[in-house]
Write a protein that binds this ligand. Structure first.
Ligand SMILES: Cc1cc2nc3c(=O)[nH]c(=O)nc-3n(C[C@H](O)[C@H](O)[C@H](O)COP(=O)(O)O)c2cc1C
Length: 305
């Protein structure tokens, strides 16, 4: 077999390969661009952007746990105006597919942010974060209520023709209901999962290791949970899924695709190996050659149960 077709489709969006960088783990792309060639990846998802700038939570905001980390950044970001003024010009020159992640404290704010960014040619799709566990005003308040997810999807759909990806929370009993709601209201894809609510305490001070008390757990510790959520959506809802959660190498990426993911996102691994994306793309290509797969998209949902 000569070449392997690594391209995948998410709605009308064609990605050159399924490997994307997850929101919040690579900022707006500038730092990581020194360590990896961003023109080679499938896509880059920005840190959540909100209508107004957010300072986030007070430190300590991050702590390491067994096979993972807890973070309670609290959606710190420069806000919409500054994002357009100072981040878009850099992102424009990146030669990478840019997906803008949006967070908000109200449905109107989601709509306003999407509308304002819709005219930015550099932004190829939107990922709507309805699942951040670390903010009091928004995030999981939306993500845990299927009717809110329905309303947000419908209202955002009404103001953009670009692909919409709804980022789902694992902190819910039935993730498939949320995926179905997103599909019903016109979302092009869902991404799963955001972090799981967790905590950690210092046994001598008896205080929580992060100031916010709870944070979002990410990294290899959450991979089996994430795989189960992706599989649950895949078996019940006909919508493209972007798999996220503890992916450290190409084998993890293959596992997510077998369980139903069309594409995958890398999060925590970016802090450990900022060149992981390139290595994973290479690994995926070799896996396809080794298993006689001419199109990687044939791997999606190929589980035998
Ligand atoms: C430090 C940090 C910041 C994050 N910030 C965001 C964010 O702003 N918006 C968002 O949708 N997800 C955010 N996430 C969640 C990741 O995008 C991803 O869904 C999660 O970390 C699981 O993937 P992983 O196990 O590969 O890290 C953040 C994760 C980490 C570790």
């Amino acid at each position: 077999m000569s070449g392997v077709d690594l391209s995948v489709k998410i709605g009308s969006l064609v990605l050159q390969n399924p490997v994307m960088l997850a929101s919040g783990t690579v900022g707006y792309g500038n730092e990581i661009s020194e360590y990896t060639d961003l023109s080679k990846i499938g896509g880059i998802v920005t840190k959540s952007v909100s209508l107004h700038p957010r300072k986030g939570n007070p430190p300590t905001r991050i702590t390491e746990t067994a096979s993972g980390m807890l973070n309670a950044i609290g959606l710190a970001n420069v806000g919409l105006e500054e994002f357009i003024k100072t981040k878009i010009p850099f992102l424009k020159n990146l030669d990478s597919t840019l997906i803008c992640n949006i967070a908000a404290s109200s449905i109107e704010e989601y709509v306003e942010c999407t509308k304002a960014l819709d005219s930015e040619e550099t932004v190829k799709a939107f990922e709507i974060n309805v699942s951040c566990p670390n903010v009091k005003d928004g995030g999981l308040i939306f993500g845990n209520d299927v009717n809110n997810v329905r309303k947000i999807t419908a209202k955002v759909r009404a103001v953009t023709n670009k692909p919409i990806i709804i980022k789902l929370s694992p902190n819910t009993a039935s993730i498939k209901d949320f995926a179905q709601a997103a599909k019903d209201e016109g979302a092009d894809a869902v991404s799963a999962i955001n972090t799981l609510v967790g905590t950690a305490f210092d046994i001598y001070t008896k205080k929580p290791k992060i100031k916010n008390i709870t944070g979002g757990l990410s990294g290899p510790a959450i991979k089996p949970v994430a795989l189960a959520k992706v599989l649950e959506i895949s078996r019940n809802v006909d919508i493209p899924i972007i798999g996220i959660g503890g992916i450290m190498n190409w084998k993890d990426a293959v596992e997510f695709m077998i369980c139903g993911a069309t594409a995958i996102q890398l999060g925590t691994v970016n802090f450990i190996n900022p060149n992981a994306s390139e290595e994973i793309i290479e690994g995926l290509k070799n896996y396809c050659l080794e298993t006689n797969l001419s199109k990687i998209s044939d791997l999606t949902g190929s589980y035998l149960i």
